[in-house]
Design a protein around this ligand. Sequence first.
Ligand SMILES: Nc1ncnc2c1ncn2[C@@H]1O[C@H](COP(=O)(O)OP(=O)(O)OP(=O)(O)O)[C@@H](O)[C@H]1O
Length: 287
Amino acid sequence: MAADSAEMVERTAGARQAGPPEGASGPAKLELIGIGKEFHTKRAHTQALSGIDLTIRDGEFVSVIGRSGCGKTTLLRMLAGLLSPSTGQILIEGRSLWNGARVDTSVVSQLGVVFQEANLFPWYSVAENIALPLRLRGDGKAERLARAYELAELVGLGGFERSYPRELSGGMRQRVAIARALSIRPKLLLMDEPFGALDALTRERMNLELQRIALATAATVVFITHDITEAVFLGDRVVHLTPRPGRIRQVKAIEFDRPRGIDVQTEPGFGAIVRDLRHALDEDEGR
Ligand SMILES: Nc1ncnc2c1ncn2[C@@H]1O[C@H](COP(=O)(O)OP(=O)(O)OP(=O)(O)O)[C@@H](O)[C@H]1O
């Protein structure tokens, strides 16, 4: 890890020791104000989301959970500039992401997005894939490769910079996708089920890695998942969306110190939070 990254781990790990109360006192990175989304098709009219109000602070890690179809991906797509909200406003560092159905591309270009599939270019090496956003914005070759090598190291792929995607495991491919999203030093890292396709052990390892990376980069993260344990393990807060239409049912602060080891999952307090959230999600089932 580069010296400045190591310093940042120390600083941010300290800053996050107290968890959400610290995060909650920082400047607003992302503000969702009265966000709603309706879909109209020939066959149906769906109110996917309604009245979503949420402020996320600089450096916060916010997990979003909810039953299938509650609007998690819709929310993330709106944050990523891929889908316009029907109502409300999304502010990133106070700047409006959407102006009606028009997206502010200068804001979008400062976001990092990771999906369930890594979506790497098979004919590019790991370093070239990581550096792609930098190439698209016109950074010089030496500069972007230096950044790609630094990020490969950060995500645990040091030594694989010249490998090709077909030579990597699923977990390694997702590391490349995370490094690529981080390449532009995004104001916001948006993740939609990034580990959903991985086996349980790899997923657990990736959770630890993602926590380390988030601390090292002081990233502000919105993380969508179906997995309650993963949401609680990673989150400073967990946002629970209810379905039809998707609304925020509760926002749960997770106050375990960071960095968290996997052992935190065996603490009674952790189990109690997971049980409460599971119970609340079960109640959504009948809605
Ligand atoms: N492009 C679209 N056109 C019409 N309806 C849509 C569209 N995208 C999503 N929906 C509807 O909006 C609702 C929310 O979908 P969304 O994919 O956001 O849910 P989700 O919580 O991410 O689900 P899952 O956990 O299964 O991925 C669903 O009822 C879905 O059918």
